[in-house]
Design a protein around this ligand. Sequence first.
Ligand code: NZQ
Ligand code: ZN
Length: 384
Amino acid sequence: MFNFSFQNPTKIIFGQDQIAALNDNIPPDSKVLLLYGAGSIKRNGVYQQVTAALANFDWQEFSGIEPNPSFETLMQAADLVRREKIDFLLAVGGGSVIDGAKFIAAAAVFAGDAWQILAEGAEVTSAIALGCVLTLPATGSESNGNSVVTRYETKQKLGFSSPLVYPQFAILDPSVTFSLPTKQVANGVVDAFIHVIEQYLTYPVNACVQDRFAEGLLQTLIEQGPLALTEPENYNVRANIMWAATMALNGLIGKGVPQDWATHMIGHELTACYGLDHAQTLAVVLPALLQHKRQQKRQKLLQYGRRVWQLTSADEEEVIDQAIALTQAFFQKMGVPTQLADYGLNSEAIDTVVAKLTEHNMVKLGEHADITPEVSRQILQYAL
Ligand code: NZQ
Ligand code: ZN
């Protein structure tokens, strides 16, 4: 196991009717900006619960944060934060709203052009405090320091990370996820599943705790994910998915182990260029990547096949083939197509994505930093 330090400062407040806890968790006397998306929170009653809990605060709102939040929109919010001297951001939504809040938190107090935070990795030295109410289990953004932002005019989807933008608290009420469209339920399960895979399916370093945790999360998502589609109002199913998605990317299982993330980096270019949902891109890239890297990932693929999918064949190639096929079938069962052609894309798209990876210096991806743009091309060819 590698050396590591681990600290996750986000307080998780989990369960039914917990939105009211906002009142006790936002620092008293804060000047609050409520951030949200296109308005799903007004239709499912979350907005009403949040505003009731904000009764004791001086607050205002900023809406219209898009899925795959846009730099331009977030900069408008950052201006508002500066103008109104806001000192607490409350993000209410999915990963896009929470990621957006993190960027606003950093950009509002950044000296200089805030695009540098994303494009040049400029250091974030201060940020406005934030908290969140999660409405879509998927990204883990509710308790990590990551944010991904898109600049649409240049088709760039770039991220930054900072310990300063962890939410101070995250309220997770599984019942607010009943209103999710089927597609978003499926996207969320697939995204969380692949977050675990990115941190688990590399090479063994004798990290038994991380491996067993990861395998438990994968099995939970395999079991509970399809149930969320057939029993959408089953609270316990929603609760298990919500907690699994948070645990998948709150830093715990990734400590002390090698991490991959090539699927995500290639996927971000597919979203930026062709507008596929984040999870759709991952469902396309991951099986292809596993196929291409089956020798390098051999030991972990066998462990994954045997422990997660309970494959028993003595033939190792067969276990690996089946593990990859079952992974792909799981995404399809969730209703997320796994081939580029399913989204109307062909080899031209591969050329475009490879060019974008090069432009963004995504030229040494994966746990061995050996996925060059040429290797990304070979991977994507498996997904045609
Ligand atoms: O805009 P609203 O009205 O809120 O509607 C949203 C949006 O249309 C809707 N929705 C959310 N909760 C709902 C709901 N509709 C009904 N009922 C509810 N309870 O769902 C749609 C999608 O929301 P979005 O926030 O975009 O989805 P998700 O949570 O999947 O976030 C995706 C973004 O997160 C980034 C992705 O790249 C993408 O930009 N990621 C962030 C990560 C992180 N911070 O660690 C890691 C991930 O790998 C990912 O890259
Ligand atoms: Zn993801």
